[in-house]
Design a binder for this molecule. Structure first.
Ligand code: KMH
Ligand code: ZN
Length: 273
C-alpha cells in the first residue's frame, strides 16, 4: 500500500478573519502557513484567497501572484479552488483556471451548504472538466454527496479522462446538507467511486478526526486544514494549519502509510513534473 497524500486547505471561503484571527488571509500569511505545512508533511495545498478586505475573492491577478509565490517558496502541488464562495458567479469560477495551477477543484454537483446552496450545474461541471483538460490542469473531483459519484462516472464516460489520465476524488464529508462524516458513509462512497480512482477525504468540524481515521484505514488519503475545521479538540481552537497537518502525519505514520512527498503526489495524481 502506498503512503499518504496529505492535502492542506488552510483558508477556505467561509470563516471570517474577525472570528478566526489566525486564519491565513494575506499572501504572506498563506505562504508562511504553506511552508510550515510542507515541513509537517503536506504535499498539496488547496487554495482559496482573500482580498485586502480579508473577504474571499477570485481576483485573477491575486490568484496568479499566489500560485507564483507558492511555487517559489514551496514544492507543494498547488491546487486552486474553483468552488470559491457560494456567491461567486460561474464566469469568475471558470476564470480561476487562467492562473494555471497544477490542479483545481471540480465539484460534481449542487448541494445544500448550511443555509446556502453551492451551485454546480451539469453544464458548468462539464465546462470546468473540458477547460482543465485543455490547459493540462489536473482536477480533484470534490464530492459532497454519494450521488455525485454517479455524476463523476457519467462525466468520465461522456467526456473522457482528465489531464494526466488519472482520476482523483476528494470526499468532503460532514457539510450540513451533504453526506455525513462517518465510516459507514465513507464505505458507501467507496462502493460508488470510479474503478482505479485515488481518493482523499476530509471531515468538516467535529467529523475531522473520525473521517481522517476512516480514510486512512480504508487505504485513502486525507485533507485537513482550517477551511474544514477551526477546532483542534473539544473546547480547543486550532493553533495553525501545521498543527492539523502534524496530527494527520502522525496518524498516517502510525498506520504504516507515512506522508508522500510532493513529487510522489505528482506521480500519483498525474501532475507533470
Ligand atoms: N467554499 C465552498 C462553497 C472547492 O473549494 O472547490 C466550496 C468549496 C469547494 O470550498
Ligand atoms: Zn475549498
Amino acid at each position: 500500500m502506498t503512503g499518504t497524500l496529505i492535502t492542506v486547505a488552510p483558508t477556505g471561503a467561509e470563516h471570517a478573519k474577525s472570528d478566526v484571527p489566525n486564519l491565513p488571509v494575506t499572501l504572506d500569511e498563506l505562504v508562511a502557513e504553506a511552508v510550515a505545512c510542507e515541513a509537517a508533511g503536506a504535499a498539496m495545498i488547496h487554495v482559496h484567497i482573500r482580498g485586502a478586505d480579508t473577504k474571499p475573492t477570485l481576483d485573477l491577478g491575486r490568484l496568479k501572484e499566489t500560485v507564483a509565490a507558492l511555487r517559489e517558496r514551496t514544492d507543494l502541488v498547488v491546487q486552486l479552488s474553483t468552488g470559491g464562495a457560494v456567491t461567486d458567479p460561474e464566469a469568475d469560477r471558470l476564470r480561476v483556471l487562467e492562473a494555471m495551477p497544477d490542479s483545481a477543484s471540480c465539484t460534481m454537483g449542487t448541494v445544500n451548504f448550511g443555509d446556502d446552496v453551492f451551485m454546480n450545474r451539469w453544464e458548468f461541471v462539464v465546462e470546468l472538466h473540458r477547460r482543465m483538460r485543455e490547459r493540462g490542469i489536473v482536477p480533484e473531483y470534490e464530492i459532497f454527496d454519494v450521488g455525485q459519484l454517479a455524476s463523476l462516472r457519467r462525466l468520465l464516460d461522456e467526456h473522457g479522462l482528465p489531464a494526466g489520465g488519472k482520476v482523483h476524488v476528494d470526499l468532503v464529508m460532514g457539510v450540513p446538507g451533504g453526506m455525513p462524516g462517518d465510516t459507514e458513509t465513507l464505505v458507501a462512497a467507496l462502493r460508488a467511486i470510479p474503478p482505479g480512482a485515488t481518493f482523499s477525504a476530509t471531515g468538516i468540524g467535529r467529523t475531522t478526526v473520525p473521517v481522517l481515521l476512516a480514510s486512512l484505514s480504508a487505504g485513502g488519503h486525507v485533507r485537513v486544514g482550517m477551511e474544514d475545521t477551526v477546532s483542534f479538540a473539544r473546547g480547543e481552537r486550532v493553533r495553525d494549519n501545521a498543527q492539523l497537518v502534524e496530527r494527520a502525519a502522525a496518524f498516517a505514520t502510525l498506520a504504516q502509510r507515512p506522508p508522500l512527498t510532493p513529487s510522489e503526489v505528482r506521480d500519483l495524481i498525474g501532475v507533470a513534473e
